[in-house]
Design a binder for this molecule. Structure first.
Ligand SMILES: *Cc1c(COP(=O)(O)O)cnc(C)c1O
Length: 316
């Protein structure tokens, strides 16, 4: 007997009902210049990335007492943004802890979303220590960026949504970092369309989940600068949810180079008129480079739009 996975189709359906009306149903468009591949334009989500789904589901899953205490994270990227936005929409307090290394414009952007910002120390580790302190001493509730059942279930609603627009995809290409998106989407799609091939795609430079799946257990890899900055970071040596789910549900993991990511960002700009971030372009990169052959109904999840304008201009 296989052990049951920590997040089921029922959990994802419950998440969908919980967050309905608080997240957008994003378009699925055909790309005629890429063999008719379907592009799931999730970068058009409120806050510019799918992270709003998981963060909102996690906040709405709290008890009234927990909600009154408020939520905390150390993420300054798309998850921090989503948590701040989701908390404000749900009337909850959000605290984002970060180090002095985070640029002032990013700090301001988080404040503008109504979150309380705590600037501590000189590293992400010190920011994480402040999160632990806030949890222990102030009773704040930590909402981590991926390794949490309610976060994974929320990201899984993206899988239900794409199936509503394409009932039986031949394959789905999912950007992969900590694996919250891949675990959630794969759980939904595997349950409802068992023959769909589920492929995690990530950058060749510093991909912790790919290395962990290859090693058969969570491992650490050095973090390197990459165009797909939203895919950086580890999966946690004590990973509880996403490693087991990605191992059980993904059929394959594909790595793409920096040049391939840049080329895919240019392609997506031409196909949609939109600027997406590197992390969102990895699926298209896998197809353009020939690493993945598209089937009759291949879906690429374009996960986020939060690219620095100067980075995008340099790539164009
Ligand atoms: C967080 C993020 C990812 C990766 O999601 P995981 O759940 O960590 O695997 C991919 N793309 C974008 C834009 C993100 O913000």
């Amino acid at each position: 007997m296989n052990t049951p996975l920590p997040v089921t189709l029922a959990d994802i359906r419950a998440a969908e009902a919980r967050i309905r009306g608080r997240v957008r149903h994003t378009p699925l468009m055909v790309d005629p210049r890429l063999s008719g591949v379907l592009l799931k334009q999730e970068y058009r989500q409120e806050t510019g990335a799918f992270k709003l789904r998981g963060a909102t589901n996690a906040i709405l899953s709290l008890s009234a007492d927990e909600l009154a205490r408020g939520v905390v994270t150390a993420s300054t990227g798309n998850h921090g943004r989503a948590l701040a936005h989701g908390a404000r929409a749900c009337g909850a307090r959000a605290v984002v802890c970060l180090s002095h290394l985070v640029p002032a414009n990013k700090v301001q952007a988080i404040r503008d979303l109504g979150a309380e910002v705590r600037v501590v120390g000189q590293s992400q580790d010190e920011a994480m220590a402040e999160v632990a302190r806030a949890v222990a001493e102030e009773g704040l509730i930590e909402v981590p960026p991926f390794d949490h059942p309610a976060v994974v279930a929320g990201q899984g609603t993206l899988g239900l949504e794409l199936l509503a627009d394409c009932a039986a995809p031949s394959s789905v290409l999912i950007p992969l970092s900590g694996g919250g998106l891949a675990a959630g989407v794969a759980a939904a799609v595997r349950s409802l369309s068992p023959s769909t091939r589920l492929v995690g795609v990530t950058m060749a430079r510093g991909a912790a989940m790919a290395a962990s799946l290859a090693a058969g257990q969570p491992v650490e890899v050095p973090e390197l600068p990459t165009l797909a900055d939203s895919l950086g970071g580890g999966i946690g040596l004590g990973n509880r949810v996403t490693f087991a789910m990605c191992r059980a549900l993904l059929d394959d993991v594909v790595l793409v180079s920096e040049d391939e990511i840049a080329e895919a960002m240019r392609h997506i700009r031409a196909a949609t008129g939109d600027a997406v971030e590197g992390a969102a372009a990895v699926g298209v990169a896998a197809i353009l480079s020939g690493r993945v052959k598209p089937g009759p109904a291949t879906v690429c999840i374009l996960s986020g739009a939060n690219v620095a304008p100067e980075t995008f201009a340099r790539i164009l």
